[in-house]
Write a protein that binds this ligand. Sequence first.
Ligand code: PBG
Length: 328
Amino acid sequence: MSFPIDRPRRLRRTESVRRLVRETDVLPRHLIQPLFVEEGSGIKSPISTLAGQFRWSPDTVGGVARECAELGLPAVLLFGIPAKKDALGSEAWNADGVVQQAVRAIRDAAPGLVIMCDLCACEYTSHGQCGVFEGGEVQNDPTLELYAKTALSYAEAGADFVAPSGMMDGTVGALRAALDDAGHASVAILSYAVKYASAFYGPFREAADSAPQEGDRRGYQMDPGNAREGLREAALDELEGADILMVKPAGPYLDVITRLRERTDLPLAAYQVSGEYASIMHAGAAGLLDGDAAMLEAVRGIRRAGADIVVTYAALDLARRYRDHGTL
Ligand code: PBG
């Protein structure tokens, strides 16, 4: 027999054959677009740290949400930037708060779109920590009460999902119980189950005005060296009633996504965070690489690792490219 026996290149010769054997698709239905909303009206203000992303006001966010829906994105994830902050972050559960207004506006503009609300305190607290901050530490159980109030407020505004991102112990169980008790059994929970204390959140903290005033988040977000601990976090959230589990960031933690995919039968999401997105955008803008191709490759890699769903700032752009080219 002559060498080589097998020639894998036969399946790479033309784009048609490559498409035929491609294992991992990226389609609009796999993607969630994060949207930032701030108080005011008529606002579409570019976010300097996140090229192509904007802060919207409740009266303008409906338009972009409708475009997301029309292009086949199933869901948006809302982040609120309140006009005023206090020690407990009480604007988070204001029935007329910025996220609550945005939920109602999006529901009108794009009735079928899945509306998810990021649920955390850091954008709402004057100290920028993700909960009740006392004695130099975030107090776990008192924080759960604030999260529960916020979840109910988002549910009452019409959210389909709450997405707790604060990494307090027992969050999912506390939210599930609070939602069920208040008659919101059909509001789902997308849990940021495995969330690392990451340097890749830098551009977000600028965008959402949520950097901690003192200290850091390593007392609740996970150590980047740990994978098994992430599996344990995810198992707890599953037991407590999470509907979708999420790993965040995505790119530096692909091994965690793969290992978790093998352990759970729940849908698995991964969040390509602000620093991952901004790095690619900047490198593209500097002419160091083809930004569009690199973004798609990064998202495809997250899917290939095992994520069913990718939260990415590039979602709307990828959906537009899909519309224009019929493929990604
Ligand atoms: C809120 C929250 C953060 C992100 C999502 N939800 C910030 C943080 O934990 O510091 C980061 C998103 C991103 O970087 O794109 N707790």
